[in-house]
Write a protein that binds this ligand. Sequence first.
Ligand code: GDP
Length: 193
Amino acid sequence: MDVHNVNLLISAVNPAQYPKTGYPEIALVGRSNVGKSSLTNVLINRKNYAHTSNQPGKTQTLNFYEVEDSIYFVDVPGYGYARVSKSEREKWGTMIETYLTQRQQLKGVILLIDGRHDLTQDDRQMAEWLDYFDVPRLVVATKMDKISSSKWNKQSSMIHKAIKVDDNDLIMFSAKTKHGKDQIWQWIENQIN
Ligand code: GDP
């Protein structure tokens, strides 16, 4: 999709606040600092539209970006942020679970993992949890420009060992080179059509 129009439509914490237009939704999840804002900006051809919202003390909300009047990207606040309190983590859990398990318009979830490292326990749990609820998921390994391409295969096998994932549902990505951008859009279009 060639994106021209994007609006941050709404920040929501509960279903009453979700958008009501009925467009298909693709959610992006991953731990803080994994590169979620950077991926979103690449997908929507913007330099700095989505920005990191994971600073401690900031309200954790679901952010709905309306793209080309036809789809929403739903930015889910990052998990595994060490400095948030237990009660904040519980609120986060309830908000995410409600959205991911009950939202009819949700067509797929992009799970971002840091391509340079092994998956964290949170990453594996999120992957298993999405499977349990039958939510289609794409795994995107981020920051791949930071490792040499000779090591990409090794990283990819490591991911395959850690979680169940088809080759079609795993994409190596770099926000710097934009490697993987077209494949990710292709996956999104397959989910929403
Ligand atoms: P978020 O917290 O998941 O939204 O993460 P950000 O998108 O804000 O990225 C966190 C940091 O990683 C920032 O300093 C980004 O510039 C950097 N980063 C994100 N993606 C990439 C990438 O593909 N390549 C490189 N080299 N740096 C990246």
